[in-house]
Ligand binder design. Structure first.
Ligand code: FBP
Length: 396
């Protein structure tokens, strides 16, 4: 007769379960009463625990035991494993490229965390190509990314919200294979008030055929992205990315200075509780959006929605990814074509949303099917859970 022994440490004690298919006999011993047994078990846990799969985050097991080092997965490890799984024999070029983003964003977070102390909050006294006041941290974040990515041979072209034109590198096609597009510090107008901000990135392969269309390498369909992600600088710093094989979240462990896997295979809930929109602009929204918002408020989707709007796209999207719901930046009187930028805001978040089971549209069609015409072109954006997005799609 097959006996199965289960062991678990909980409630300050040890539970030994024996199950022989004819029912379980449970023996519970309070460990406090058995110090030698506790030490022996802790020892057993450290050495023999491999077969007892238990998630370890940031070096600690869920039950407080110190996880053995091989229980944490850093973002570099994860990307290398993903690449090996997706492209056997991959040489690590892509992981090295992404390490440029993880390094730069660690540098950025270090500045943001001390912005008030270092006197680097506030305006840099200049405007960017969008006519927006550049924050000192916008400039720092941009330079950090341009530097950390620029020194990587795999980069052929860099496009930044803060630079009018792309930065190109004279690298042979077989070396400089990638185009990286980024918003160095999204929501930067919120820095001075200590509200979450973020960095957003989108990665394409350099087109094989050169084109005489200016910036052709950057003006690719969003559906051609090979990877996308963001870093949110909030209560904790998180790196969230997809390489077309699911969405994964890593939390920066300040003790070890590494992004550690904390959110595996992220899925956007099919429906949420919140809608997120700047209602101050509501009067200027096209009728379709006004109808939709009143449907959400009036319980038309089965329950009444509450509203959340941080005013930092990365933070509003991060909440929508974790909790579900819908984020909207419709056409407005000031921005009849929408305010957000297609290449380094809408495209990367749309790729993440779709990889997590959500959807993204500009009100007419799928964001990832929009053919870009300019590197700083704007778009309207509705992005979120399947139920809310299908409901929006049904409104004429
Ligand atoms: P940038 O800070 O990168 O220019 O981003 C624009 C942004 O701040 C988004 O993060 C945010 O969703 C939106 O603008 C807020 O706009 P508004 O103040 O019009 O609601």
């Amino acid at each position: 007769m097959q006996h199965e022994l289960t062991v678990s440490i909980a409630r300050g004690g040890l539970s030994v379960g024996e199950c022989d298919g004819q029912g379980a006999r449970l023996l519970h011993v309070r460990l406090g009463e058995q110090p030698r047994l506790k030490a022996a078990l802790a020892q057993r846990w450290q050495t023999g625990g491999k077969e007892k799969e238990s998630k370890a985050a940031g070096g600690h097991m869920e039950d407080g035991n110190i996880a053995s080092p091989d229980m944490i997965v850093t973002v570099q490890q994860h990307i290398a494993q993903q690449q090996e799984a997706l492209y056997p024999g991959a040489k690590g070029t892509f992981s090295w490229l992404l390490s440029g983003i993880t390094l730069a964003t660690k540098m950025i977070q270090a500045q943001i965390r001390r912005a008030g102390l270092l006197g680097i909050a506030g305006s840099a006294g200049a405007s960017n190509v969008q006519g927006e006041t550049q924050q000192k941290l916008d400039v720092y974040a941009n330079e950090a990314l341009l530097h950390c990515l620029g020194v990587r041979d795999a980069v052929a072209v860099l496009v930044s919200e803060e630079n009018e034109e792309p930065v190109t590198f004279d690298r042979a096609p077989e070396t400089g294979k990638y185009v990286v597009i980024f918003d160095p510090l999204d929501g930067s107008s919120n820095i001075d008030v200590n509200v979450s901000v973020g960095t957003i990135f989108s990665i394409f392969l350099r087109p094989e055929k050169t084109s005489d269309v200016p910036n052709a390498a950057a003006l690719q369909l969003g559906s051609k992205q090979v990877a996308a992600g963001y870093v949110v600088y909030g209560p904790s710093t998180m790196f969230v990315y997809t390489a077309g094989n699911g969405v994964f979240g890593f939390t920066l462990d300040p003790n070890i200075g590494a992004f550690v896997l904390s959110h595996d295979k992220m899925r956007m809930p099919a429906q949420g509780q919140y809608y997120s929109v700047n209602e101050a602009n509501a009067e200027g929204f096209p009728a379709k959006y006004q109808t939709y918002l009143s449907q959400l408020r009036s319980g038309g989707l089965g329950h009444e929605y509450s509203s959340r709007y941080i005013g930092s796209l990365v933070a509003d999207f991060h909440r929508t990814l974790l909790k579900g719901g819908v984020f909207l930046y419709p056409p407005t009187v000031t921005h009849p074509g929408g305010k957000l930028r297609l290449l380094y805001e809408a495209n990367p978040l749309a790729f993440l949303a779709e990889q997590a089971g959500g959807m993204a549209t500009d009100g007419r069609g799928r964001i990832l099917d929009i053919q870009p015409e300019g590197i700083h072109q704007r778009t309207s954006l509705v992005i979120g859970s399947r139920v809310e997005m299908e409901a929006f799609g049904r409104i004429e």
